[in-house]
Design a protein around this ligand. Structure first.
Ligand code: HEC
Ligand code: HEC
Length: 215
């Protein structure tokens, strides 16, 4: 890691510490959220109507899609969020033209090739991946219904021009998507496993890729 990065980070961590020590009676720490299981694609076979099964499969996959690990990088405002409560990124950060941050402060100044453990009390690790960056505006998911997200994901105009096969591959194999199940110390992984998630998406596509009603 470059020295400048270390200075920035030390500043961030010190700031976090100062806020924590500012004297206002700290609320009791909430119990740490636990990883959640996913139902297998096979367990939906009992739903005979393919369209109803398709919706049920996507609704199950939605536990992953709408998990904080995915949502923090798929915001509506052009800035990442953090944690299970989707609070604004600290320090303040914007997407920049490329999604990889402004020229003077790219994501890669702090987010490396892989997760890095820290010595901080509040922040136990800094997430990392070779492709770390913010999802484009047309792929924004935060605050949207699962039905609306489903429509966006299916539409090549808002999914990066992906076919259904490419979409499945992205969900099941992409390394950056996979980070959500390996998010580093101090973060709850996305529900289930990436393989289970990939099977749900595959079965959803095979049953006609039907969407839940968009609210
Ligand atoms: C100055 C350093 C710095 C820069 C630059 C930076 N980040 Fe971060 N980011 C961090 C740190 C430190 C954390 C861990 C904070 C925590 O877990 O509370 C973090 C956490 C995150 C998280 C939260 C993951 C989760 O699920 O909780 C996301 C998402 C994120 N950053 C996205 C980005 C994106 C996208 C960029 C570039 C546009 C970026 N960051 C630029 C320091 C930085
Ligand atoms: C570190 C930020 C980050 C995280 C975490 C992240 N994404 Fe993304 N996502 C991106 C970026 C950047 C793109 C656009 C580039 C691309 O397609 O690879 C994207 C694109 C996508 C797309 C294709 C476009 C669309 O919206 O249809 C899907 C699907 C997707 N992500 C799913 C997920 C899922 C599921 C998770 C959680 C398991 C996740 N992402 C977590 C940054 C992230």
């Amino acid at each position: 890691m470059r020295a400048a990065t270390l200075v920035i980070l030390a500043g961030t961590l010190a700031l976090a510490g100062a806020v924590a020590a500012s004297g206002v009676a700290a609320p009791e720490p909430a119990p740490a959220p636990q990883p959640v299981a996913l139902k297998t694609a096979a367990s939906f076979q009992s739903i005979k109507d393919p369209a109803a099964r398709s919706v049920a499969l996507f609704t199950e996959a939605g536990k992953v899609i709408q998990s904080p690990r995915c949502l923090n990088c798929h915001p509506v405002q052009r800035a990442p969020t953090q944690g299970n409560d989707l609070h604004p990124h600290n320090p303040p950060m914007v997407a920049g033209d490329s999604g990889h941050g402004p020229a003077g402060m790219p994501c890669f100044a702090c987010h490396g090739q892989a997760n890095v453990p820290t010595w901080g009390q509040d922040i136990k690790s800094i997430p990392g991946d070779p492709k770390w960056g913010l999802a484009p505006a047309e792929m924004a998911w935060q605050g949207k219904s699962l039905g609306a997200i489903c429509g966006q994901i299916k539409n090549p105009a808002t999914n990066g021009g992906k076919s259904m096969a490419e979409l499945h591959h992205h969900m099941a194999e992409d390394h950056l998507v996979g980070w959500a199940w390996n998010p580093g110390a101090g973060r709850v992984p996305a529900p289930g496993t990436q393989a289970q998630f990939g099977e749900l998406i595959k079965a959803w596509i095979d049953t006609g890729a039907k969407c839940p009603k968009a609210a």
